[in-house]
Design a protein around this ligand. Sequence first.
Ligand SMILES: Cc1cc2nc3c(=O)[nH]c(=O)nc-3n(C[C@H](O)[C@H](O)[C@H](O)COP(=O)(O)OP(=O)(O)OC[C@H]3O[C@@H](n4cnc5c(N)ncnc54)[C@H](O)[C@@H]3O)c2cc1C
Length: 244
Amino acid sequence: MVYPEPWCMPRLFASGIAEFYERFYANKGVNIIKGTVATGFTASSSGEVKEVKLKDGRVLEADLVVVGVGGRPLTSLFKGQVEEEKGGIKTDSSFKSNVPNVYAVGDVATFPLKLYDELRRVEHVDHARKSAEQAVKAIKAAEDGKTVEEYDYLPYFYSRSFDPSWQFYGDNVGDTVLFGDNNPASSKPKFGTYWIKGGKVIGAFLEGGTPEENKAIAKVARVQPPVENVDQLAKEGLSFASKI
Ligand SMILES: Cc1cc2nc3c(=O)[nH]c(=O)nc-3n(C[C@H](O)[C@H](O)[C@H](O)COP(=O)(O)OP(=O)(O)OC[C@H]3O[C@@H](n4cnc5c(N)ncnc54)[C@H](O)[C@@H]3O)c2cc1C
């Protein structure tokens, strides 16, 4: 596994979170190479991949390559026809674009995220479903001469890969506090991270949580409780969320 950053998924993961997954997969025999990128492949005469060439000069043997180098919304079809913002189609909170009867939902929509008073795009299946639902409700309401409640989305991401399973809610900016057991050798590792900004917890991540525990961290991200003592928060860990 090759990536240029100092740890995996740095756009979301703090280093303490990434350390767990890197060690988990390294223990399963995955060779992780950081700080460089793939620059090309060598193929056999029949066109099958044989090697991956890295920018730092190393060459890796390979018989299968999975390329995951990011993506961005495809908006070229709409260039000059709809208003764009932050790489997506700008919408209001009903996912209406500036062109009558044209709506944008999911990854491609740059919409007003009420909780942070900011225009954002959210790339996640939960938002794709909910934004589509909001747009349909708004269209139906407009036909009936009614209005809909403003979209008030709490950013939510999750993933599962074999045993590990995590959820994240809120915003991942500010200082981080790691809590719990992030040792991949433990029989049931459970750990998390809070993000603190302006003296409040604004984001929360949990690996290995039960449905109730995941609900508790979601509530923390929504309520944004104040934090007086960061060391105390690290000690309390998940029980801080359960009290909110
Ligand atoms: C590798 C990867 C892993 C991911 N993992 C997770 C995960 O673990 N959990 C999670 O919640 N989310 C995950 N996501 C994100 C999630 O897949 C997206 O947020 C979600 O699919 C967005 O839905 P969407 O309907 O906005 O866009 P898409 O699902 O991308 O659908 C857009 C569709 O439009 C089609 N299209 C494009 N141009 C045209 C055109 N001109 N005419 C007609 N059709 C067109 C495309 O072919 C595509 O089918 C992952 C994404 C990737 C790439």
